[in-house]
Ligand binder design. Structure first.
Ligand SMILES: Nc1ncnc2c1ncn2[C@@H]1O[C@H](COP(=O)(O)OP(=O)(O)OP(=O)(O)O)[C@@H](O)[C@H]1O
Ligand SMILES: [Mg+2]
Length: 361
């Protein structure tokens, strides 16, 4: 039973503030992901939880136990690294058994536990092989078995799939998630891939320049980003800035890029006329119809021209220009049959807009 509490944790390297006062409460059995661009401090934070990096300030607890003052091998955390860190001069069995030997487990238990760990990751019978005889996906499984064999309270995974090709990455992320659920183990996972994070996490912390910008379930982070940074990082979006013109009930008319946008985001009723705000409108929230077609009741509509169509199979991306020249991005699940470059009507449900307290930069 292990919740992880990270409280006011900070670390600088010289002038670089890698992690700036991060506080996170990770629940027992939760799959929690640190997501953010390169250099935002994900690995540094994970290494502090593992015990490979000292804290400048703050504390870390596993359950009731304070662990940031405890050496790594006494934290009972298993770690999987980006490059697997498999010892090339040891067999698969030797690699998996390594952590048990280091912990002084008696030899006749070692083989048994190593075999069980290999079975968990579907590598039974591979114990005698050498690392160079394995594929990338198999090496990744060995790294996972080596982490699980010590029966850790928590598993820490730093971009464990980044060396794999796209198809295997999708397959392995599902396997990691299944295994974590089955073992009921708390997982702290690091990735810069927003799709991967959304696919496997109970909750995500989006990091930017050493700080956490938002914590939430994948669907909330995607649909209700707290900041323009999160909106942009979690996939394609239309980010606009403008000023509030007037209110229509609990919605606001916002002039942005020379056009009036109806914004129905939570809290928008409180934004005073004249206030500069930013807002995000996801491409899939935009509906394209024939010019002059009436939108559903309560929806906003704009006149636009389709200027580019990108057919991607399951998804079609459509670039539209408004008469001011403002460009919007739309996405449709099915390629609309009649879709061609030229004039269209564009409509959206104003409730699907997310607003920010200030303009987007
Ligand atoms: N040992 C170190 N010495 C000096 N600077 C470091 C050290 N480790 C990390 N940094 C710096 O701290 C910042 C955060 O690095 P970190 O490795 O935590 O980022 P990250 O989010 O894991 O990035 P990536 O996605 O590229 O792995 C970066 O600016 C990095 O250059
Ligand atoms: Mg990293």
């Amino acid at each position: 039973m292990t919740a992880i509490r990270i409280d006011g944790v900070a670390r600088a390297f010289g002038a670089v503030a890698a992690v700036r006062g991060v506080t996170l409460d990770i629940r027992d059995g939760e799959f929690f992901t640190l997501l953010g661009p390169s250099g935002c401090g994900k690995t540094t934070l994970l290494r502090m939880v593992a015990g490979f990096c000292d804290l400048d300030s703050g504390t870390i607890h596993f359950g009731e136990r304070r662990i940031d003052t405890v050496p790594p091998h006494k934290r009972n955390a298993g770690m999987v690294f980006q490059n697997y860190a498999i010892f090339p001069n040891l067999t698969v069995n030797g690699n998996v058994a390594y952590g048990l030997k280091a912990r002084g487990i008696v030899p006749d238990q070692i083989d048994d536990r190593a075999a069980k760990a290999l079975k968990l990751v579907h590598l039974d019978g591979y114990g005698a092989r050498w690392p160079h005889q394995l594929s990338g996906g198999q090496l990744q499984r060995v790294a996972l078995a080596r982490c699980l064999v010590i029966e850790p309270e928590v598993i820490l995974l730093d971009e464990p799939l980044s060396n794999l090709d796209a198809k295997l990455r999708v397959e392995m992320r599902g396997e990691i998630r299944q295994l974590q659920k089955r073992l009921g183990i708390t997982a702290l996972y690091v990735t810069h891939d927003q799709e991967e994070a959304m696919a496997i996490s109970d909750r995500i912390a989006v990091m930017n320049a050493g700080s956490v910008e938002q914590i939430g379930q994948p669907v909330d982070i995607y649909q209700r980003p707290a900041t323009p940074f999160v909106a942009r990082f979690m996939g394609t979006t239309n980010l606009l800035s403008g000023s509030v013109i007037r209110h229509e009930g609990d919605r606001a008319v916002v002039r942005a890029g020379g056009h009036d946008f109806l914004v129905g985001a939570p809290g928008i009723a409180e934004a005073e006329p004249g206030k500069a705000i930013g807002f995000s409108l996801r491409p899939e929230a935009l509906t394209i119809t024939a010019p002059g077609a009436k939108p559903p009741p309560g929806w906003a509509s704009l006149e636009a021209r389709v200027v580019r169509i990108e057919f991607l199979g399951a998804l079609t991306r459509i670039e539209l220009a408004l008469d001011s020249g403002l460009v919007l991005h739309a996405a449709a699940v099915d390629m609309p049959r009649a879709l061609a470059e030229g004039p269209v009507a564009l409509s959206y449900d104003p409730a699907r807009v997310t607003a920010f307290p200030g303009p987007c930069d």
